[in-house]
Design a protein around this ligand. Structure first.
Ligand SMILES: [Zn+2]
Length: 171
């Protein structure tokens, strides 16, 4: 059963199965976002599906940091399909990930003929590239030629750096 609610400019779908809580968020994280309106679910794993987050402003990110800090008490946070807007925040505001782990995220690529496109990067399967700060290879969906990574590699992958050095804490 999916429960849907609106919090400010966000639409949030919540699913709960034994051991797993999933929050799927779509929209803007702005001054209308009130983190305490989001129901807390205690679960071993808490998935945050963040593909639909389109924009953050400074009020929104402050609330977001509170949300992440608090949700951390309820289970292991896993960030999935982070939008480019989310990745920008992860890079600028390290507290926006808390103790969470990023499983996958979108990155900007470009084809000389067909323009810009966003591609999903899986952190586990691309870990060798990511740890050496190399953009994983992607091909254009239209002409299949290799795409150009359309951001600064070092700054876009910055949020991944702590993963290599973060001690695996048993809790
Ligand atoms: Zn192309």
């Amino acid at each position: 059963m999916t429960k849907t609610l609106n919090v400010g400019s966000l639409k949030i779908d919540i699913d709960e199965t034994p051991g797993l809580a999933s929050y799927r968020m779509c929209g803007n994280v702005d001054e209308s976002f009130k983190q305490n309106e989001i129901p807390r679910i205690k679960a071993q794993t808490i998935n945050l599906d963040l593909e639909g987050l389109t924009n953050f402003n400074s009020c929104g990110i402050r609330e977001w940091v509170f949300l992440i800090k608090d949700l951390t008490k309820y289970g292991q946070l896993r960030f999935k399909k982070c939008s480019i807007a989310m990745v920008d925040q992860l890079n600028m505001v390290p507290e926006s990930i808390g103790n969470g782990v990023v499983d996958s995220f979108y990155a900007p690529y470009a084809c000389e003929t067909h323009g810009e496109s966003e591609h999903l990067i899986d952190v586990n399967s691309s870990s060798a590239d990511l740890h050496s700060h190399v953009a994983p290879e992607k091909n254009c969906a239209t002409c299949n030629t290799p795409l150009i990574f359309d951001a600064m590699v070092d700054s876009y992958f910055l949020f991944l750096s702590p993963i290599a050095s973060k001690p695996q804490k048993a809790s």
